[in-house]
Design a protein. Structure first.
Length: 489
């Protein structure tokens, strides 16, 4: 009897399966691709960024740069003073530490600098991922977690790193959030970005927070420099190449720092630095303008974010958000048309389920039947049995979102190049090098290729030949160590 029931159930299941396959086939045949494409074209036209529009966006950014340099609060662009007014000379020497906090991972580094002849003699690092609850928990817990990792990194080092009695280890702290610097080695947090949200840290000196946590760990270390990752990238880049004028991060978040003439910073009231220069952390992620191609998907993403109304440019261009924009577009289309079958795939409704690395995998699939796309759709979104047409369509959505981001990022770089007057050819054909770091730039080739192409287009062929984009791999940690070295006691 029992056997019979099982047999019957199995038969029903098998029949159901066959019926389901037939229904899916029928439904995918039922997709009105003409209408889908129409809807896509409409979204695409809202994301379009012809070169003239990009030039207008760059000019708007340049105007905001001036305003932010004129006074604090004068613009959405904070144009923060970094207090870095001496760029590395190559003569930096000694053992320095760096701590790099800015995303879901943080890194601790030990760097041995060998002076003029030696360069970076040795560097070692350890990467630790931050448990998500600490990103929205308490200041005390976050800094304790970091100090603990730093302390065990130091505890595990060999005899060769023993610090002589009476001497303290020195640390460059890369803290990749907007900070109002009070000096090179102190600064208060203006706000959190990139998914961090710990209210009690806002307004506090983050160096004091770290120092207290290190003391709780019994770690005898002094923070000599507090730097943003863009500043670290610029400095690390300059150490390698004397023509580096800006550091850009295109990763989880996005931002840029560049070398400004101190005399062009009206809000700088102190004595002008000897070098006549100051590195400015733009915090360009917070740029906003009616010229930006913000769609209903971006508006909804922003509204539901931890920081609504803020970091609008960052939400259009950085790795934390690109996959999420794609998810929102696919969701909307699948609600209107059965591109993934009759029901909207439940997983597609989960915010942030499609991460940018997955989006990149989909976008770069060059197999004839787009099997990577099929695999990612299945694994990430639980979408099975996709037709080639559907897969191709998903690639087109990724392309649209990535292209918009890359072109906007290129406009930001163009704004910096214009601001420092390197957008025309100089008599001595001076090179201008932009050091870029971040996973989005490093791993998302379609994005970085598009960025470079667009920048050439903006600059024009002749000027473009004097501008070099350099990938500065992990430059921000080294940069912080270098700044610590050049300001060491
Ligand atoms: C965010 C932070 C900024 C940082 C950037 C890249 O935009 O506000 O300080 O430089 O991410 O990590």
């Amino acid at each position: 009897m029992e056997k019979r029931v099982v047999y019957t159930a199995a038969t029903i299941a098998a029949v159901a399966c066959v019926v389901a396959v037939i229904v899916i086939r029928k439904r995918s045949k039922g997709i009105k691709w003409g209408k889908v494409k129409e809807m896509f074209k409409e979204i695409e036209s809202k994301c379009a960024l012809p070169i003239e529009r990009l030039k207008q966006i760059a000019s708007a950014m340049e105007t905001e740069m001036h305003a932010g340099l004129a006074s604090d609060g004068g613009s959405k662009l904070k144009m923060l003073l970094s207090y870095v007014d001496r760029l590395p000379t190559g003569g930096e020497e000694g053992l320095f530490y760096a701590l790099d906090l800015g995303g879901t991972n943080f890194r601790v580094l030990r760097v041995q600098l060998g002076g003029k002849e030696g360069g970076v003699v040795r560097q070692e690092y350890q990467e630790v991922s931050i448990p998500p609850h600490l990103m929205v928990g308490s200041s005390h817990d976050l800094f304790d977690f970091i100090a603990e990792a730093l302390s065990s990194f130091v505890a595990s080092e060999g005899e060769e790193y023993k610090v002589p009695e009476g001497k303290q280890r020195e640390l460059g702290f890369t803290f990749s959030f907007p900070v109002k610097q009070l000096s090179l080695s102190s600064g208060t947090l203006i706000k959190w970005t990139k998914g961090f949200c710990i209210e009690e840290t806002v307004g506090e000196d983050v160096v004091a927070e770290l120092t207290k946590a290190m003391e709780r760990q019994g770690l005898d270390m002094k923070v000599t420099a507090l730097v943003n990752d863009t500043v670290g990238t610029l400095v690390g880049g300059r150490y390698e190449d004397g023509d580096v004028m800006a550091g850009v991060i295109l990763g989880t978040g996005s931002n840029a720092a560049y070398v400004e003439r101190a005399s062009s910073i009206p809000k700088w009231h102190d004595e002008l630095p000897k070098s006549g220069e100051m590195v400015i952390n733009m915090e360009w992620g917070n740029f906003k303008s009616p010229l930006l191609p913000v769609t209903e998907f971006d508006e909804a993403l922003d509204f539901e974010s931890l920081n609504p109304g803020e970091q609008i440019y960052e939400k259009l261009i950085s790795g934390m958000y690109l996959g999420e924009v794609v998810r929102r577009v696919l969701l909307k289309i699948s609600e209107e048309f059965p591109i993934f079958g009759d029901i909207v795939p439940p997983k597609l409704e989960s915010p942030f389920i499609l991460r940018t690395p997955q989006m990149s995998g989909i976008h770069h699939d060059s197999s004839p039947d787009l099997k990577v796309v099929a695999k990612k759709l299945k694994e990430t979104l639980g979408i099975h049995n996709t037709s080639i047409k559907t897969r191709k369509f998903v690639v087109d959505v990724c392309d649209m979102v990535a292209k918009r981001a890359a072109r906007l990022a290129a406009a930001g770089i163009y704004a910096i190049i214009k601001k420092i007057g390197r957008d025309t050819l100089s008599d001595d054909k001076q090179r201008t090098v932009i050091a870029i770091d971040g996973g989005l730039f490093e791993h998302y080739t379609a994005f970085s290729d598009c960025l470079e192409r667009t920048l050439r287009e903006l600059l024009g062929e002749e000027v473009a030949n004097s501008v070099v984009i350099k990938h500065a791999n992990d430059g921000s940690g080294i940069g912080a160590a270098l700044i610590a070295a050049s300001h060491s006691n």
